[in-house]
Ligand binder design. Structure first.
Ligand SMILES: Nc1ncnc2c1ncn2[C@@H]1O[C@H](COP(=O)(O)OP(=O)(O)OP(=O)(O)O)[C@@H](O)[C@H]1O
Ligand SMILES: [Mg+2]
Ligand SMILES: [Zn+2]
Length: 610
């Protein structure tokens, strides 16, 4: 199967170089050089020529020569102790320094913070940074302190004295701080803060506004925060201050929404490629009947990831406790982390993990934003995420040091319905979940391709480099299986019965009442294969969801999908790609290893190979 890298997309809705690259100007400059070459008589003209050449260089290599360039380079090395910029960092910084409003979409861990921290150090006054979590804020303050950059913060837990001191310093031209971190609630609720910012703005001290995790503005994003919706006030009150919105995960429509909410008329959007070439993506099946995924995970951790740092993401707080306890019993140095733990315990787990005293954190999504450990070698999802954005963000905690790391999801049939009932009230929650299911189930397309398409990125058919499991799968014809399943659901309908996915699975495997067994075609396929086929039929539209609500719970039943009638047509056929099943962790020692085929091929009859 061919697959390829993401093509780094640079989407600009303005003049990228901030007025430095007018084409007409370039042409005029070149003409002037030519004229000068012919009529060069004296030193004065030579000087003009040199000036023109330098101007040309500035046009073609705009990153080299801004009035702030030397200071940037110097501070990058001296203050931030970094040797060079990563892709897009310098471009983003130059744009922001030249006063442009900018959205920067860059994968998690690639260094978005530097794009406002470094300009803050190189500018007069201070930069206002809006950040969604106090823990994120604290991490950044700690880091900035360690490199001697002055920064202050205001959040719900700031003491009165501290708040008073910070508010007074906002308008003090001698105040040393370069960055002010606030939560969006502060902007929304503190009139005093807004009036002080207004004064700082009028005094020319508010040099830049950075909105971190900008996707939180949009309810179409994966992490909507209501207070972010009110941040439009910043651009309305301080129209001359450049705004920089940063995110790792936003689709085009989410960004458009953010633009509207933040009242930024014409932002430039810089989008780095979503492709993290060092990450290996893999999906493993989880048998919902006899879930031994924890044994599989512990074997992986003890063998493939011996002494390496990682995260296991789980569905619920209870799962965090039980999976962590199970891993501990199997000899893995793991600790749970979830929102219901007290803050000291949480930061203790975080600290111990960051210093390699704990190998694995078994966490809910509460362990997410702001987790910045360079050498995470694996992120394993014990349960699928509720959307691709969530998955990309969570799995993106792996391999921040650019060395190889693995992102493995355990995909269980029952988990789909567990999450489905949880997100049923969310905006497009079902749709997002199904895209995640599609990521796991769809073995027609490279995993990277699914992620790229989801984030509107152009996909070039070269070079996933076999860094995902899909690139080796086999295609099977499931037409007869589909007919069998549809018949079961049809029969239930005619008897006025509703079947849960579990009941359909068991009926097809011959576990239902004898009377029904006689009326349907049962199968000898394994449970994993049965579940994979039913999921595929759901995704392909031969089956669909039928929710039933009671005051206490929400039930998920299966009914016939819109495409079910097509199966009456003799020539209609359905195929799906299938992954290996029953993977033994011991047999897979490197991420590059060719996928073994452990299919019971005879069960499927027609098998073709890509
Ligand atoms: N030019 C660079 N060279 C080397 N390391 C860098 C560079 N820029 C940033 N880093 C490092 O990369 C790590 C991640 O940076 P940062 O936290 O800014 O990422 P991010 O893009 O904001 O990620 P997230 O989406 O998770 O918030 C930090 O440890 C930072 O020091
Ligand atoms: Mg960040
Ligand atoms: Zn691939």
């Amino acid at each position: 199967m061919s697959a390829g890298p993401f093509v780094a997309g640079l989407k600009c809705s303005g003049n990228v170089f901030g007025g430095f690259s007018s084409f007409a100007w370039q042409r005029g400059t070149l003409q002037l050089i030519a004229i000068n070459l012919i009529t060069l008589h004296n030193i004065l003209e030579l000087t003009i020529l040199l000036y023109c050449i330098l101007t040309c260089l500035n046009v073609f290599f705009p990153n080299l020569d801004f009035s702030w360039s030397t200071e940037l380079e110097q501070n990058l090395k001296d203050v931030f102790q970094l040797s060079k910029f990563r892709p897009l960092q310098l471009k983003a910084i130059n744009l922001s320094m030249s006063g442009k409003d900018l959205f920067l979409v860059m994968p998690t861990g690639r260094g978005k913070s530097l794009c406002y921290q470094l300009p803050a150090v190189c500018s007069e006054g201070f930069t206002l940074v809006v950040t969604p979590l106090v823990s994120l804020m604290e991490d950044q303050l700690m880091y900035l302190k360690s490199i001697d950059v002055e920064a202050v913060s205001l959040n719900a837990s700031s003491s009165k004295e501290h708040a008073k001191m910070v508010l007074a310093e906002l308008t003090d031209s001698k105040a040393p701080f370069k960055l002010l971190y606030v939560t969006p609630e502060k902007i929304a609720k503190s009139k005093l803060l807004m009036s002080r910012l207004e004064k700082a703005y009028n005094a020319g001290r508010l040099s830049r506004i950075a909105v971190d995790e900008v996707h939180c503005c949009s309810q179409w994003g994966h992490d909507f925060r209501p207070d972010y919706k009110l941040l439009g006030i910043l651009k309305r009150q301080f129209p001359k201050v450049p705004l920089l919105g940063l995110t790792a995960t936003a689709t085009g429509s989410v960004l458009k929404d953010c633009q509207k909410i933040l009242c930024v008329p014409e932002p430039i959007t810089l989008t780095a490629s979503f492709n993290r070439t060092n990450l290996y993506y893999e999906v493993r099946l989880k048998d919902s009947n006899s879930d031994d995924s924890v044994s599989d995970i512990s074997a992986l951790i003890k063998e493939r990831y011996k002494d390496q740092s990682g995260i296991v993401y789980v569905f619920s707080q209870k799962d965090a406790e039980t999976v962590s306890a199970d891993l501990q019993k199997k000899g893995v140095n793991a600790s749970p982390y979830h929102a219901n733990m007290n803050p000291e315990d949480k930061s203790q787990v975080h600290r111990k993990w960051a210093t390699n005293k704990i190998q694995v954190v078994v966490a809910t999504v509460a362990f997410g934003m702001g987790i910045d450990k360079a050498d995470v070698r694996f992120v394993i999802h014990h349960t699928i995420s509720k959307s691709i954005e969530n998955y990309y963000q969570e799995s993106g905690r792996a391999g921040r040091d650019d060395k190889p790391a693995d992102c493995i999801v355990y995909f269980g049939f029952n988990d789909i319905f567990r999450i489905s009932t949880m997100v049923v009230m969310e905006n497009v929650g079902q749709q997002k979940l199904l895209t995640m299911v599609d990521y796991c189930q769809n073995v027609d397309r490279c995993r990277r391709s699914v992620i790229a398409v989801h984030f509107d990125e152009v996909w070039d058919d070269e070079g996933c480099n076999e860094m995902c499991d899909v690139c080796h799968y086999i295609t099977v014809d499931i037409t007869q299986h589909a007919k069998d399943v549809v018949q079961i659901v049809e029969l239930a309908g005619s008897l006025d019965e509703k079947l849960t996915p579990l009941k359909v699975t068991e009926a097809w495997m011959g576990k239902g009442p004898a009377k029904r067994r006689k009326m349907i075609q049962t199968t000898t396929l394994s449970r994993l294969e049965v579940e994979a086929i039913i999921t595929s039929l759901l995704l392909q539209g031969y089956l669909s969801e039928d929710f039933s609500f009671t005051p206490y719970t929400t039930y998920f039943y299966l009914k016939l999908g819109g495409k079910a009638p097509l199966l009456k047509n003799q020539s209609h056929s359905i195929t799906m790609k299938m992954r290996r099943t029953g993977l033994d962790a011991n047999t897979v020692s490197t991420t590059q290893q060719t996928v073994q085929e452990s299919f019971r091929q005879e069960a499927f009859g027609c098998i073709s190979r890509d």
